[in-house]
Design a binder for this molecule. Structure first.
Ligand code: NAD
Length: 268
C-alpha cells in the first residue's frame, strides 16, 4: 500500500530560509504539519525565533531548530548548513526562500541595494545548494525548492535587481534539476507565486507609490492586483500545500520546473 505524505516525510529534516514570517513561515508550518523536523531561519533575534518555534512545536510536536545566518555572507551560509547537518544528522529538504525588495528606476537604483538583492535572492541559493547537496547525493533522496516569483518569468518596471535575481533563480533551478535528473530521487524546482500580502509587499507600497506618483491604496488595486486576474492575494497556505506535494515521492518526476501559483498572472 502506498505511504501517505506524513508516513513518507516523518523523520526528514527541512531548512526553510526566511521562515520567521510571510511565505517561508507558511511553508515551514506546512512541512511541520506533515511530520517534518524543521529549522526556522531569519534575520531576527534569537528570542523571537524561539517564541515562533514554540507555537510550531506545540501545534505539531516535531523537532525544531533555528538559524539567524545572514544570507549576504557565504561563510555564514556554509556554517548554517553544517550546523543543521551536525545537529540533526541530515538535511533532506532545502527551501531557498528568504528575500528582500527594493523599488526604484534603474538609473537611481542604489548600488548597495542591487548587491544585497542579488546576494540574498540568488547567490545564497547557490551557496546553500552547493553545501547541502553532498548529503542528498549520498542518500539518493532530496528536495530543493526555490521561491521564485511571477517576476522569475515576466518583468515589472522599477524592479531591476529583483527581476534579474528571480530570472536567475529560474535558470539556476533548471540547471540543478538537469544535473540531478539521474542521481536518484532528488529534485529541484522553483515555486513562482503572484502577490502575497506579506511585509515584503507592505514595505514596497510607499516606494511604488512614489515611483508612480500615486497614493498607497491605489497601488494595491491599480498596480499589485492589476495584473493578478483573480484580484486577490495568494495565501501562504496555498504555497505550503504545493511545497508538501513537491516533497512527496509522487512528485519525483517534477524537476527543473518553475511552477506558477499566481492567480493567472503569467497566463497572458
Ligand atoms: P518577508 O519580508 O515576509 O520575509 C522575508 C524573510 O527573509 C524574513 O524571514 C527575513 O528575516 C528573511 N531575510 C531577509 N533578509 C535576510 C538576510 N540578509 N539574511 C537572512 N534572512 C533574511 O517576505 P515574503 O513576502 O514572505 O517573501 C519570501 C519570498 O517570496 C522572497 O523570496 C520573495 O521574493 C518571494 N515572493 C514574494 C511574493 C509576495 O508577494 N510577497 C511574491 C512572489 C515571490
Amino acid at each position: 500500500m502506498a505511504l501517505n505524505l506524513t508516513q513518507q516525510l516523518t523523520g526528514k529534516v527541512a531548512l526553510v530560509t526566511g521562515s520567521t514570517q510571510g511565505i517561508g513561515h507558511g511553508m515551514l508550518r506546512g512541512l511541520a504539519q506533515a511530520g517534518v523536523s524543521v529549522v526556522m531561519h531569519g534575520l531576527v533575534q534569537r528570542d523571537e525565533l524561539e517564541t515562533k518555534l514554540k507555537s510550531i512545536t506545540e501545534e505539531t510536536g516535531v523537532r525544531t531548530g533555528h538559524s539567524s545566518a545572514d544570507l549576504t555572507n557565504p561563510a555564514e551560509i556554509r556554517q548554517m548548513i553544517k550546523d543543521v547537518q551536525e545537529e540533526f544528522g541530515r538535511l533532506d529538504i532545502l527551501v531557498n526562500n528568504a528575500g528582500i525588495q527594493h523599488v526604484a528606476p534603474v538609473h537611481e537604483f542604489p548600488d548597495d541595494k542591487w548587491d544585497a538583492l542579488i546576494a540574498i535572492l540568488l547567490s545564497s541559493a547557490f551557496h546553500t545548494t552547493k553545501a547541502a547537496l553532498p548529503f542528498m547525493l549520498e542518500q539518493g533522496w532530496g528536495r530543493i525548492i526555490n521561491t521564485g516569483s511571477m517576476h522569475a518569468l515576466v518583468a515589472s518596471p522599477y524592479k531591476s535587481a529583483y527581476n534579474a535575481a528571480k530570472h536567475g533563480i529560474a535558470g539556476f533551478t533548471k540547471t540543478v534539476g538537469l544535473e540531478l535528473a539521474q542521481k536518484g530521487n532528488i529534485t529541484c524546482n522553483a515555486i513562482c507565486p503572484g502577490y502575497v500580502f506579506t511585509d515584503l509587499v507592505r514595505n514596497q507600497l510607499e516606494a511604488t507609490a512614489k515611483a508612480r506618483g500615486i497614493p498607497k491604496d491605489q497601488v494595491i488595486n491599480d498596480v499589485l492586483l492589476a495584473d493578478q486576474p483573480t484580484k486577490r492575494f495568494v495565501e501562504p497556505e496555498e504555497i505550503a500545500a504545493l511545497v508538501r506535494h513537491l516533497c512527496s515521492n509522487e512528485a519525483k518526476s517534477i524537476t527543473g520546473a518553475c511552477l506558477s501559483i499566481d492567480g493567472g498572472w503569467t497566463a497572458r
